[in-house]
Design a binder for this molecule. Structure first.
Ligand code: SF4
Length: 249
């Protein structure tokens, strides 16, 4: 409850909107996330044992019946829940809610019990079952702003918190407020059709807060009352003909 009070008082409450009408399933966001956050690639053996790590995945599903069936895509990342089930179960407070609405993860507090991953209904937390290796020269691609997580540590998306902090420090040095759209997480920056929108939900004029109030807005597994800070804009209903949705709302 304390964390909720913190960011009600804070000027900033980070959130994201995912417009499902725009997502083409290209997975550029997935690649950008891996590159930005030093996410290791599992080899064939580890992947076969269910140990692949994807902070962001694009789920594919079908709507309609043949011959009107259409493939749909839904990017799924940490939902940065306000009532996050992963937080109260962590015995070391490695998973906690920060004053800006992020579900943060402190790697060097994590002792690897994996309670948080078991509690998360979105399966967006990943355990390092092995020490990641980047064969030369791939080690040169590692982002120096992000730590490489070792075996025994849980990891996840934090809306590229390293970019958030860099922008906040820059704005503070220049004695000004952060501007809407001044920076973005890697996935948002990369998405070609701009299906991902990031910003401050506490700013009523920000693009993300306007979209989050749209009549297409919905949340994943809303019945669990986890109160995510990621909002999905549902697709309009389709007429079955090529050319776009029949209605947007
Ligand atoms: S980059 Fe954008 S369009 Fe491509 S899969 Fe990700 S969200 Fe969808």
């Amino acid at each position: 409850m304390k964390s909720e009070i913190d960011h009600l008082e804070s000027k900033i409450h980070w959130g994201m909107v995912v417009d499902l009408d725009r997502c083409t399933g290209c997975e550029a966001c997935v690649v950008a996330c891996r590159a930005e956050n030093n996410v290791p690639t599992a080899g064939e053996d580890q992947a076969a044992r269910g140990r692949a790590i994807h902070w962001l995945r694009v789920e594919r599903y079908w709507e309609g019946e043949f011959p009107e069936a259409r493939v749909r895509f839904r990017p799924v990342l940490c939902q940065q829940c306000e009532a996050a089930p992963c937080e109260p179960v962590c015995p070391t407070f490695a998973s906690y809610h920060n004053p800006e609405g992020l579900n943060a993860q402190v790697y060097n507090r994590c002792i690897g019990t994996r309670y948080c991953a078991n509690a998360c209904p979105y399966t967006v937390r990943f355990f390092n079952f092995y020490n990641p290796v980047w064969d030369k020269p791939l080690h040169l691609q590692l982002n120096p702003d992000v730590s490489v997580r070792e075996v025994g540590v849980m990891e996840k998306c934090t809306f590229c918190v390293q970019r958030i902090k860099a922008a906040e420090i820059q704005a503070k040095a220049e004695k000004r407020e952060l501007k809407d759209g001044e920076f973005n997480p890697a996935c948002v920056q990369t998405c070609p059709p701009k299906a991902l929108i990031f910003g401050n939900l506490n700013d009523p004029e920000s693009e993300v807060s306007k979209l989050a109030r749209s009549n297409r807005a919905t949340v994943l597994l809303g019945e669990l009352n986890t109160r995510p800070n990621v909002t999905y804009l549902e697709r309009g209903s389709w007429s079955g003909e090529e050319g776009g949705p029949a209605s947007a709302g």
